[in-house]
Design a protein around this ligand. Structure first.
Ligand code: GLU
Length: 305
């Protein structure tokens, strides 16, 4: 069933991706994103790629990148190319930042947290508010235009954000020498030829920043589909770092069945004896992501309920 047309398919072959950060193993919400993005790529007769977003070593949990790749393999979610590791992409990010420097679209910034707490990056207006301190490395910020970025999310509808009002000049390269998610994500979505980004709605607020960066770097803008996030009984988004992962030794079939519950219409369930491949085929045939349109949250379904 393909109720949402794959517009990208009309222009170029569909390419989707799943881009986990190695901050713990996958939980019900990140598994939903993995499965939905895989199903969407298959429904659009396209490719599905993986990217390990390991640009922030202080937040990383040792071993979780390999554990996540093993979880995906266990579930039969095979990628169409070897995974891209962001930790190996320093040269590509440096090249993008150099382009922005040449175009005078970025500026070095020595503002401390305290400086920003009093003024906020929204008020930097294209220049660092502190005096340059040549003894320490600056962060690099994008000069955001006073422009409202508009995009039509496939599930969440039209989104508008004026970056100068809502965000301000945002960081691309941190003073501690780490690349910011926004820059790494934009450079890699382009490098991997991604035509549609499927991810959690908790990241929808980043999308205008990413579109702004794509324009600054002359990169194409993919389509966006932001899925609801899975929440616990108290209504909080599940998080890898909070330890919400599923018991990793569960059979793949039961994890897939549980994840599919969020993606199938009420009353529809996969055949009782289906193995992993049959479950995935069933998902491609029956999942209709449109039924999640406009939803921001999905309460977690526990096996014991
Ligand atoms: N790395 C992010 C995460 O694990 C996802 C980023 C994205 O899909 O753009 O939540």
């Amino acid at each position: 069933m393909l109720a949402i047309p794959c517009l990208a398919f009309l222009r170029m072959p569909y390419r989707g991706r799943f881009a986990p950060s190695p901050t713990g193993i996958l939980h019900a919400g990140s598994l939903l994103t993995a499965l939905a993005s895989w199903v969407r790529a298959r429904q659009c007769h396209g490719q599905w790629l993986l990217r390990v977003e390991d640009v922030d070593p202080p937040r990383e949990i040792a071993g979780s990148a390999q554990a996540i790749l093993a979880q995906l393999q266990h579930l039969g979610l095979a990628a169409d190319a070897p995974p891209l590791f962001q930790s190996a992409r320093h040269d590509a990010y440096t090249c993008a930042l150099d382009t922005l420097k040449r175009r005078h679209l970025v500026f070095p910034c020595w503002c401390s947290r305290n400086d920003l707490a009093s003024t906020g990056s929204r008020h930097l207006d294209g220049h660092c508010a502190a005096s340059p301190d040549r003894s320490r490395a600056p962060a690099w910020r994008l000069r955001v235009p006073d422009e409202t970025i508009v995009f039509d999310d496939i599930l969440q509808g039209r989104q508008c954000q004026n970056l100068r009002d809502a965000i301000g000049d945002f960081v691309l390269y941190r003073a501690d020498g780490l690349w910011a998610y926004q820059l790494a994500c934009v450079v890699d979505d382009a490098a991997q030829g991604i035509t549609e980004v499927v991810r959690g709605v908790d990241l929808i607020d980043s999308t205008p920043r990413q579109i702004c960066l794509q324009r600054a770097l002359d990169l194409p803008t993919p389509a966006y589909l932001h899925l609801p996030v899975v929440t616990d009984a108290a209504g909080h988004k599940l998080s890898k770092s909070r330890g919400d992962a599923l018991a990793s030794r569960q059979p793949a079939e039961s994890i897939l069945r549980r994840t599919l519950q969020y993606l199938l219409p009420a009353g529809v369930s996969p055949p009782a004896d289906a193995d992993v491949h049959a479950l995935l085929d069933f998902a491609v045939a029956r999942v209709n992501l449109q039924m999640l349109a406009g939803r921001h949250t999905l309460p977690e379904t526990r096996p014991d309920r």
